[in-house]
Ligand binder design. Structure first.
Ligand SMILES: Nc1ncnc2c1ncn2[C@@H]1O[C@H](COP(=O)(O)OP(=O)(O)OP(=O)(O)O)[C@@H](O)[C@H]1O
Length: 462
């Protein structure tokens, strides 16, 4: 199956035009040289166009690994911003200072010394380099984005789609981690095999083990027949373990064992079953921080983070709000409805804390409601916008939420849309829970394509 059939609206003409957008100006690179501390002598060059932030800390997943017990696992990040080197302290235990002054965030020009724990790192500016060519691709699989920040990532994605190593995908909520995982699968050698998504937060903890590894008939009350888990279902394909940072410690141990052996044991059985699934994991949490707090096993982390991709938040993808909004518009609006210029002005003025998902929802609302559509929906603590009721699953009875929608006095087609929206959200929650968080099984039980099910699920998540 192909997950891309509905994506060809991003046509060749648009793609060529985006690929030709202004290239990066000449920009300096910087070098980081450890001049004091146990890792003295280590260096790292930060080139303009580095695929993601350069991480410094004790964790092996860091680009510059520092062996200093006073340095946090993921201590600070460096990135080039408009010709300067930005250093950001990543909530480290002992803090970061520049020229002896404690900082959370600072812009460096070269010549400064950054201190963390007993380690001192000198920052040197390298000579301006000829403008590095920005990779020309403006999408990777279903993942769209023409900003230099996203374009710098595509060559790495390309390489990782061909390899079969586990990849850890990090990023704030709604940045497209699941889209990237599916794209890695679809662009790689296993594209004809299954792509199975397991959301570690979608099922109660006591059911996670059987959802992952399956169970035999009679293994527990309610196990009326034996069932495969997501590992077995992903045999020959790819398994995405979504929200891996939320998996409880005892299950982390069982997951590690399965990954080490490439075998699973169904609940209620002592037979090992061989599985061959490529593992991708996604998280909105900083797993190094979780390890430091004792909530995540470091041995499991090493297994999962053989390679790492960090998706930047939408606010850091220059120009992509418009590119993505137009992309979604082409998918959702009728062909003869042009993208409204006044809408473009409104969306580029907003920070998008819910990232691409929030933008997608804003475009969908605009297509459905026209000019009345609000740009942002309610965030926790904010007043609820009139047009988008979100009755809590348990609290409101069916009569209540329909009453709520009726009270909005919308025209019939709009009111009907609202009812369908609330109904879909509840339906998806319920069917996912019933199928142990397995999106493929939930989609099959709903009688719709997995891709369509995922679209509905993603729409209602934020
Ligand atoms: N670069 C992109 N191009 C096209 N669509 C995107 C892109 N990024 C995200 N989307 C869309 O945004 C929505 C959210 O994406 P996705 O579910 O992959 O985010 P996520 O990072 O996995 O979120 P969460 O952490 O909440 O699970 C989906 O509808 C997806 O199709």
């Amino acid at each position: 199956m192909s997950g891309f059939e509905d994506d060809d609206v991003f046509d060749d003409k648009v793609e060529t035009e985006l690929a030709q957008r202004p290239e990066r100006a000449a920009s300096p690179g910087f070098s980081l040289v450890v001049v004091a501390g146990p890792s003295r002598g280590q260096t790292f060059a930060v080139a303009p166009g580095h695929p993601s932030r350069v991480l410094v800390g004790q964790s092996p997943s860091c680009d510059l690994r520092i062996d200093d017990r006073l340095v946090s696992r993921r201590h600070a990040a460096f990135e080039i911003r408009r010709g300067k080197l930005r250093v950001t302290d990543l909530d480290s235990t002992n803090g970061t200072s520049v020229q002896g002054v404690a900082v959370l965030d600072a812009l460096l020009v070269g010549g400064e010394v950054v201190t963390m724990g007993e380690t001192q790192i000198r920052v040197d500016r390298l000579a301006d380099q000829a403008p590095a060519a920005i990779p020309s691709a403006v999408r990777f699989g279903s993942m769209v984005g023409a900003s230099p920040e996203m374009r710098a990532l595509y060559p790495l994605c390309e390489r990782l789609s061909g390899a079969l190593v586990p990849v850890l995908i990090e990023g704030e909520t709604g940045t497209g981690k699941e889209v990237l995982a599916e794209s890695l699968h679809e662009m790689g050698p296993r594209k004809h095999g299954p792509f199975v998504v397991f959301d570690c937060t979608a099922v109660p903890p006591n059911l996670v083990e059987s959802a992952l590894f399956g169970h035999e008939r009679g293994a527990f009350t309610g196990a009326t027949e034996s069932r495969k888990g997501v590992f077995e279902e992903a045999h020959g394909g790819t398994l995405l373990l979504d929200e891996i940072g939320d998996l409880e410690l005892p299950l982390q141990a069982k997951l590690l064992r399965a990954l080490e052996r490439s075998e699973v044991q169904r609940v209620g059985s002592n037979r090992w079953i061989r599985v061959d699934a490529r593992i991708l994991a996604a998280t909105r949490r900083d797993l190094d921080h979780e390890i430091q707090e004792g909530r995540f096993r470091d041995d499991l982390f090493y297994r999962l983070a053989v390679a790492r991709i960090e998706l930047p938040p939408l606010r850091r993808r220059s120009g992509d709000v418009l590119v993505l909004a137009q992309h979604f518009w082409r998918k959702l609006a009728s062909k003869d409805t042009p993208f409204p210029p006044e809408f473009a002005a409104r969306i580029t003025d907003y920070a998008w804390p819910g990232n691409v998902r929030e933008l997608y929802n804003a475009v969908a609302r605009r297509v459905a409601l026209g000019e009345l559509a609000p740009i942002a929906t309610a965030r926790p603590g904010a007043p609820k916008p009139a047009g988008v009721p979100r009755p809590s699953a348990k609290a409101a009875s069916a009569a209540d939420w329909i009453e709520e929608i009726l009270a909005l006095e919308l025209p019939l087609p709009r009111a009907r849309e609202r009812v369908v929206e609330v109904f879909e959200r509840r339906y998806v929650e319920r069917v996912l829970a019933a199928h142990g968080g397995n999106v493929g099984a939930a989609a099959a039980a709903s009688g719709i394509a997995r891709r369509y099910f995922q679209l509905i699920k993603a729409r209602h998540k934020g």
